[in-house]
Ligand binder design. Structure first.
Ligand SMILES: Nc1ncnc2c1ncn2[C@@H]1O[C@H](COP(=O)(O)OP(=O)(O)OP(=O)(O)O)[C@@H](O)[C@H]1O
Ligand SMILES: [Mg+2]
Length: 268
């Protein structure tokens, strides 16, 4: 994978979607979606139930194939035709269910399926690597020999994120990483997301929580009824975000977009 060997520079465009659509039979889940993700930024994907967020993430994870549109990755056209392909190219996904093994400890979960030495499990090396990574992430995990069953929701999310980082991805996608968490654990996971961004990754986060989104996102991409409905910055007001999500007609955002469209029409 020639695209994988080079590390992107901070701010470099990693991923770019143009006019991506997805139909499930007669249902248009996504229509004409544009999306850019750069190295070292957090992009929040927001929208109401059924807006198409999960479908978009699944396209990038190689689970669904787009019906039409172009995807480019590190400047080259890309086909994400299987989850293995997406992972190999450096797009990792932490799905909402996390898929951790309750009875196994943190080290075992981190290395499940990609043990350092496939012929002989190198427990010491794996434990050292696990500790180093968790320390780099400043993760609050009491012991890497703790079974997952005894960890809190935030700690589990941390283990799931750390596990996907071991695959050395360029992009990490998190589906509702704070949905089931309390205040302190949410703060911990948001801090972790910032540290992942500071490692130079592009982060895509799906969330229904506007506070979390505005706390951590560099850009907020709104989907509505399967279409792009604006890209916003973290200082956008709560009302404007909600208006874009729900499609309320009378608000600053729609007025601004209306003015721009009218100006373009008179120019044309
Ligand atoms: N496998 C599928 N088969 C048919 N229709 C689907 C499939 N997956 C999603 N859809 C439809 O596509 C649309 C977008 O769904 P999607 O799950 O992407 O929304 P979402 O933004 O993730 O919503 P939520 O916030 O509820 O998770 C919906 O109308 C949904 O019913
Ligand atoms: Mg969803």
């Amino acid at each position: 994978m020639q695209a994988r060997e080079r590390l992107p520079a901070k701010g470099e465009k990693i991923l770019s979607l143009r006019g991506v659509s997805k139909k499930f039979g007669a249902v248009s889940a996504l229509t004409d979606i544009d999306l850019d993700v750069h190295a070292g930024e957090v992009v929040a994907l927001v929208g109401d139930n059924g807006a198409g967020k999960s479908t978009l993430v699944k396209i990038l994870a190689g689970v669904h194939q787009p019906t039409s549109g172009e995807i480019s990755y590190m400047g080259h056209p890309a086909t994400l035709d299987s989850p293995a392909k997406a992972l190999e190219m450096g797009i990792a996904t932490v799905f909402q269910d996390l898929a951790l093994c309750e009875n196994l400890d943190v080290v075992a979960n981190l290395f499940l399926g990609h043990e350092i030495n496939p012929w002989r499990l190198d427990e010491v090396q794996m434990e050292v690597r696990a500790w180093t990574l968790l320390q780099e992430l400043a993760a609050r995990i009491p012991s890497v020999r703790e079974p997952i069953a005894s960890l809190s929701g935030g700690q589990r999310q941390t283990v799931a994120i750390a596990r996907s980082l071991l695959l050395d991805p360029r992009i990490i996608m998190l589906d509702e990483p704070t949905a089931a968490l309390g205040v302190a654990q949410t703060a911990e996971v948001l801090n972790l997301i910032e540290r992942v961004r500071d490692r130079g990754l592009g982060v895509i986060i799906i969330s229904h929580n506007m506070e979390d989104v505005r706390a951590v996102a560099d850009r907020i991409v709104v989907l509505r009824l399967g279409r792009n409905n604006g890209v916003f910055t973290a200082d956008t007001s709560h009302q404007d975000l909600v208006a874009a999500i729900t499609g309320a007609t009378e608000n600053a955002v729609s007025r601004r977009q209306g003015r721009r469209a009218a100006a373009e029409e008179t120019q044309a």
